[in-house]
Design a protein around this ligand. Structure first.
Ligand code: CA
Length: 293
């Protein structure tokens, strides 16, 4: 197991790997929550929070044989979350930031498949907020999403997902953290139920297949993922990525690929607060029968 004391705050080619793994190797990665474990009670105020210790990711992990231009294939085998999580309303942060004159914190005990919000039962669906690899040039804070992955806050990255991250540096330098027990698309109030845990992943390398942005499969669906300054741009770029993969798989011309996408693909929102926005596009995986990922 890679323990939660092996953390970093920016994805960087200069980070020193804490572990070297081989393709097809399975690893358990222990994480702490996005507040770095600094909030433990509803009486805690965010004014005293050390913002240099938020969004920790565990790693980085060096995957032998991963080279720029490859995809790092990351199969999420399981997510085991801790017994309690926290969330917060933060002044001037997120869609509702102007409503929050001061910060407030809520703590959650996690039961078997659910938690409680005030007097209501809330289903949980553990997911990974921050997951990525080192970019090729300057380092990127774990709070930001981008071509390297990072803070995508994509609720579909959960148990059973296979994520393909573009490799930009030798060994990829993979890390993950920022688990959520529950989060809605958009992450409107900037936090989900932030929680630590243990994630089991299996790595592999797909040689020379990367198109520079993450893609994933889950429940028979194929997804593109794209992060931009505006949501409009993110939605459009995610669609162009889908167009690339449809053409690559089926050999269609531009028009046919665009038509199939217009009929069968759904534009979806990951998050709108990080502060870049992340969109995904979803299409049934059966239309990618020649992709061989
Ligand atoms: Ca996040």
């Amino acid at each position: 197991m890679i323990t939660k004391d092996n953390i970093f705050y920016s994805f960087s080619k200069d980070n020193v790997a804490v572990k070297i793994v081989r393709p097809k190797e399975t690893v358990i990665i222990e994480t702490i929550d996005a507040f770095g474990g600094q909030i433990t009670s509803e009486d805690d105020q965010l004014d005293t929070l050390n913002w240099n210790q938020v969004n920790p990711a565990t790693g980085p992990i060096y995957i032998e044989g991963a080279e720029p231009g490859d995809f790092l294939k990351v199969e999420i085998n399981g997510i085991e979350i801790d017994a309690s999580g926290v969330m917060a309303s933060i002044p001037d942060a997120g869609i509702f930031g102007s409503l929050h004159k001061k910060s407030s914190v809520k703590c959650f005990d996690i039961y078997d498949g659910y938690t409680e919000f005030n007097d209501m039962a809330i289903p949980i669906h553990p997911m990974i907020g921050v997951i990525g690899v080192a970019p090729s040039s300057k380092s990127i804070s774990n709070g930001e999403p981008g071509p390297h992955g990072g803070n995508m806050d994509n609720k579909m990255i959960s148990t059973g997902t296979i994520l393909y991250l573009p490799v930009f540096v030798k060994g990829a330098l993979f890390g993950l953290g920022d688990l959520h027990a529950a989060m809605g698309d958009g992450e409107s109030n900037v936090t989900g139920i932030e929680i630590g845990g243990k994630v089991t992943v299996t790595f592999d390398i797909i040689k020379e297949k990367s198109h520079g942005h993450p893609i994933m499969t889950k429940n028979g669906q194929f997804y593109t993922i794209y992060s931009c300054k505006t949501l409009d741009e993110a939605v459009e770029k995610a669609a162009y990525e889908m167009h690339y993969w449809v053409k690559k798989s089926l050999g269609y011309n531009d028009s046919d690929a665009a038509m199939l996408i217009s009929i069968m693909a759904d534009s979806e929102i990951c998050q709108v607060v990080d502060p870049k926005k992340t969109a995904r596009m979803k299409m049934p995986q059966l239309y990618f029968r020649y992709l061989n990922l």
